[in-house]
Design a protein around this ligand. Structure first.
Ligand code: 5GP
Ligand code: ZN
Length: 119
């Protein structure tokens, strides 16, 4: 997967501001942040979408969500057992949702009020 941007970040071929890592996941700051905290959490293994990953390896999707929560706690967006002030997880899937990198990533967004509905 040499042509995949996030595989290359996982391989440390492209630099990134890494904020959290486990044996199977990596979290790094988005290069174009849309909120005071904007972190991308990826599985180290290449899977294109959340739907494909949950079929292939549901535990790995759970690991990605757990890493996203750990990032939110680390960033002060919630306590480990709480939900305030809060944050948003986004997984854009396909062109209609604006997915531009076809390696599953959860956006962790927080640090400002987030309006609903999204654009
Ligand atoms: P998507 O639109 O696929 O849901 O999100 C892709 C995200 O990757 C975008 O928010 C974009 O700013 C971010 N991004 C694109 N290229 C890079 C990069 O080279 N490094 C980092 N850290 N983020 C990137
Ligand atoms: Zn990839």
């Amino acid at each position: 997967m040499n042509d995949c941007l996030f595989c290359r970040i996982v391989a440390r071929e492209i630099p990134a501001d890494v904020v959290h890592e486990t044996d199977r996941t990596l979290a790094f700051r988005d290069v174009n942040p849309q909120a005071p905290t904007h972190v991308l959490v990826v599985p180290k293994e290449h899977h294109a979408t959340a739907g494909l990953l949950v079929g292939a390896d549901p535990q790995l999707l759970a690991d990605v969500v757990a890493s996203a929560h750990a990032v939110a706690v680390q960033e002060g967006l919630v306590t480990d057992d709480g939900a305030e002030p809060g944050y948003r997880l986004v997984a854009n899937t396909g062109p209609a949702a604006g997915q531009t990198v076809h390696h599953l990533h959860l956006h962790v967004l927080g640090g400002r009020p987030l309006t609903w509905p999204p654009g």
